[in-house]
Design a protein around this ligand. Structure first.
Ligand SMILES: *[C@@H]1O[C@H](CO)[C@@H](O)[C@H](O)[C@H]1NC(C)=O
Ligand SMILES: *[C@@H]1O[C@H](CO)[C@@H](O)[C@H](O)[C@H]1NC(C)=O
Length: 338
């Protein structure tokens, strides 16, 4: 409903606590225990919704869409019609345009308490909204499925025209704590991907599917994120092809992230084909929760997604959803200590 106000909702199962807003489906805080059982807030964000509303947040915690990541020069052709999107990132269109799904108020459909608390949001995108074709109804549900597991299910149904749909969750994690004063460079990552989709100078994929072996992109075994980050310019901002993770309940393991100091571990599972591994390269001097200052590499994003610019790349898995079809994307964030 257009008259709903942006507000915060709590999911709390006694062990894990998540604060989430109906504005952009933003996760503003996420508390999980460390090796001593001490709760820490492991995501970057703000205490109030004001900074999100006035555009100070570099996509902290939100769901991005209708199409996440970059579309070359904001153009694509579908069923003979050329579509033009707002250009908001160099020469390209990023994360759904000027007012993407991260900058709108979603309707709260259901908010359940109990052992498996959950919240479901719904949004209706109009035909032509931010340049995209067709009316689209979108739903997102966050659920605490166990003491230390958060799941997110995103669905979208085109109502009258085929349209590209590619939703992604854009939380910046720092498992040492958002206010630890340290970057994520000492975290280790294992990414279950033997390939990336390399990009040109404007961060648009060249169309190649390139092996990571013997390159700084190789995270096939657990590696400190900072080890070879300086060999690739500002840092990682690349789509990994999730082609080697074990499977569980229809999901593939995408990444294992670990902070050696707190011993917190995050395993992320998904049914998406790719994951943008983004090391917060453009974050600079953001004053966040409790006055914590977030700089470059203060957090890492693990954005499971369809491949960037798929709509212009015939060899990438299609992100177009036909009328009568349905988009579905599941993610499971499994926290632990080791
Ligand atoms: C493609 O465009 C044609 C002509 O405008 C239209 O008749 C047809 O229904 C469209 N196809 C889909 C799948 O929307
Ligand atoms: C990483 O760990 C080393 C060794 O414990 C420490 O000296 C350094 O300050 C840490 N760096 C960051 C960015 O946390």
């Amino acid at each position: 409903m257009a008259d709903q106000k942006p507000q915060l909702f709590e999911l709390n199962n006694g062990t894990m606590k998540v604060m989430v807003s109906n504005y952009g489906c933003i996760i503003t805080s996420l508390f999980v225990p460390d090796k001593d059982g001490k709760l820490g807030d492991v995501v970057l964000g703000f205490d109030t919704l004001e900074p999100y509303l006035n555009g100070s947040a570099p996509y902290f915690g939100c769901i991005v869409g209708r199409v996440a990541n970059r579309i070359k020069e904001g153009k694509f052709t579908l069923n003979g019609t050329e579509y033009s999107l707002p250009i908001n990132n160099g020469p390209n269109s990023l994360h759904g345009g000027l007012k993407g799904f991260d900058k709108v108020v979603w309707e709260v459909v259901e908010h359940k308490q109990g052992d498996n608390p959950s919240i479901t949001f719904k949004y209706h995108a109009r035909d032509g909204e931010e340049g995209y074709p067709g009316d689209l109804s979108v739903k997102a549900t966050y659920t605490l499925t166990s003491k230390t597991t958060l799941s997110l299910t995103m669905e979208a149904t085109p109502e009258n025209k085929p349209t590209p749909v590619n939703l992604a969750q854009h939380t910046y994690f720092n498992l040492a704590g958002h206010n630890s004063g340290t970057t994520i460079l000492n975290h280790t990552a294992q990414i279950f991907a033997n390939h990336i989709t390399p990009v040109d100078e404007t961060l648009i994929p060249t169309g190649e599917i390139k092996p990571v072996a013997q390159t700084p992109f190789d995270f096939t075994t657990e590696k400190r994120i900072g080890t070879s980050i300086n060999e690739i310019g500002l840092g990682y901002d690349h789509n990994y092809v999730l082609d080697s993770g074990e499977e569980k309940l229809g999901l593939k393991r995408a990444v294992k992230l670990k902070d050696p100091v707190s011993s917190r571990v995050l395993n992320l599972w998904t049914d998406a084909p790719g994951m943008q591994f983004y090391t917060g390269n453009y974050v600079s001097g953001v004053v966040g929760k409790g006055g914590a200052v977030y700089g470059k590499h203060s957090g890492v994003c693990l954005e499971t997604q369809g491949f960037p610019d798929s709509v212009n790349k015939e060899n990438f898995p299609s992100v177009v959803v036909q009328t009568g079809g349905k988009y579905r994307h599941r993610m499971v964030y499994e926290f632990s200590v080791e």
